[in-house]
Design a protein around this ligand. Structure first.
Ligand SMILES: Cc1cc2nc3c(=O)[nH]c(=O)nc-3n(C[C@H](O)[C@H](O)[C@H](O)COP(=O)(O)OP(=O)(O)OC[C@H]3O[C@@H](n4cnc5c(N)ncnc54)[C@H](O)[C@@H]3O)c2cc1C
Length: 395
């Protein structure tokens, strides 16, 4: 409390944690962060060439990091949604966007629908080994002719006695080459519009599942990205996940969690890039002074810091709504849009501050930019986020 004889000084070094987090979250952060720095980060460069190995899932399963918010009865840690945010944030310490994405697809995209919509048998068969890191998952929404427009899905599942027969293809599927199973979006009734979709749990070793091509990308090189084909793949009727005909709504629900986690990763990644660049700007000299002392450069940091902090507050407040039982689709879309945009802007500006060094692989800043660039496309493009937000006002 200020009095007339107190001199108040700005509290720039405050390390007070955000109010959504507790002491337990801090401990979790510490243990995930030190694991990532010791066991994953040293391989970041190597995995850009080879993609990351499957033992990462087994090791993270052993450590309990793949089921942070799932109940203990399924092998989870019984934590809250904020634990998933902590994981997404700490994974950025791997310095590998592709690795962080591969793990997030498993923890926050493919497995949540199994927990929410799955039968007890499906949970035991897929969720429990996924939490242990014994089975790797992927999520198949996008098709060569249906990306933003999910309603254009062509993959068909046709009932045949006690089975369904699946035909179609999926593209850009993260973990598609390594996965043991896929959460697959299909149409079971092409004439029923949004009520004609169904999700399936499909084992990737079934006859007719073809991992066609490893796709080459601008960034996220540590992840594998697949083009998949499904040719007369027979699955039992029990492979349907959730209600038949409600797959569209189920997957729209899944996308909300995916987008918020992606936004948290963007903020944390942007912050790391900012921190490293700040060090650089204090050390690198030109015209007789550290470059950070030029007002132009100082203002770049001020702009970046303000954007990062605004995005962080938006993500945390939206996570708080989500944790407290709301379904804040508008705010999640805002958080995803804004965090992805500013992360790319920050990475771009960090390259600029580094000068020629920023363009060199050695400094790792160009990789942040390449990896971050995906976030304006994946899990719903900027344009789709704007449309969701705009429509939420009745337009
Ligand atoms: C590296 C990577 C990993 C991915 N991982 C997965 C995964 O694991 N699983 C999965 O299912 N998908 C995955 N995706 C797919 C991703 O979600 C899609 O690429 C994304 O949804 C966009 O779809 P699209 O590529 O078909 O683009 P399109 O839908 O063809 O869009 C092309 C352009 O048109 C714009 N556009 C489209 N519709 C509208 C509209 N109504 N209004 C205004 N503009 C519009 C878009 O914003 C975009 O600019 C991944 C993609 C990449 C690149």
């Amino acid at each position: 409390m200020a009095t007339t004889d107190t001199v108040l000084r700005p509290d720039h070094a405050s390390r007070r944690r955000h109010f959504i987090f507790t002491e337990e979250h801090d401990q979790l952060r510490e243990s995930i962060g030190s694991f990532v720095e010791k066991e994953l980060q040293p391989h970041a460069q190597e995995w850009e060439e080879s993609t990351f190995p499957n033992w990462v899932f087994q090791r993270m399963g052993e450590l309990g990091f793949l089921g942070l918010s799932y109940p203990e009865e399924y092998g989870g840690q019984g934590g809250d949604y904020y634990c998933n945010l902590v994981l997404a944030e700490e994974m950025t310490k791997s310095n590998s966007g592709g690795l962080a994405m591969g793990v997030a697809v498993h923890t926050d995209m493919a497995t949540p629908p199994i927990f929410l919509f799955g039968t007890e048998e499906q949970r035991q068969r897929y969720l429990v080994p996924a939490i242990k890191g014994e089975k790797i998952s992927c999520l198949g929404i996008t098709e060569p002719d249906a990306g933003s427009d999910v309603a254009g899905t062509k993959t068909r599942a046709v009932r045949d006695g006690d089975e369904y027969v699946i035909n179609g293809s999926k593209t850009y599927i993260t973990n598609g080459h390594r996965a043991d199973f896929i959460v697959l979006v299909t149409k079971t009734d092409p004439d029923a519009g949004y009520d004609g979709f169904s999700l399936f749990l499909v084992d990737m070793d079934l006859p007719g599942v073809i991992r066609e091509k490893k796709l080459e990308k601008l960034g996220m090189h540590a992840s594998d990205t697949a083009l998949l084909a499904f040719q007369d793949v027979r699955v039992p009727a029990e492979a349907i996940l959730g209600q038949e005909g409600k797959g569209f709504y189920h997957i729209m629900w899944e996308l909300q969690g995916e987008r918020l986690i992606g936004a948290a990763g963007c903020v944390a990644g942007a912050q790391r890039c900012f921190d490293r660049t700040l060090e650089f700007a204090k050390e690198r000299t030109a015209f007789g002074r550290p470059i950070g002392r030029f007002q132009v450069i100082r203002h770049k940091f001020a702009e970046m810091a303000t954007k990062i902090e605004s995005a962080r507050q938006l993500v945390y407040t939206t996570a708080w709504r989500h944790q407290n039982g709301e379904y804040p689709v508008r705010e999640i879309s805002m958080a995803k849009l804004y965090a992805a945009r500013i992360a790319v802007e920050v990475a771009d500006e960090c390259i600029q501050v580094h000068g020629g060094a920023g363009y060199m692989k050695e400094y790792g800043v160009e990789r942040v930019w390449r990896d971050m660039r995906l976030n304006r496309i994946g899990a719903g493009t900027d344009e789709i986020m704007l449309d969701v937000i705009g429509r939420s006002y009745g337009l």
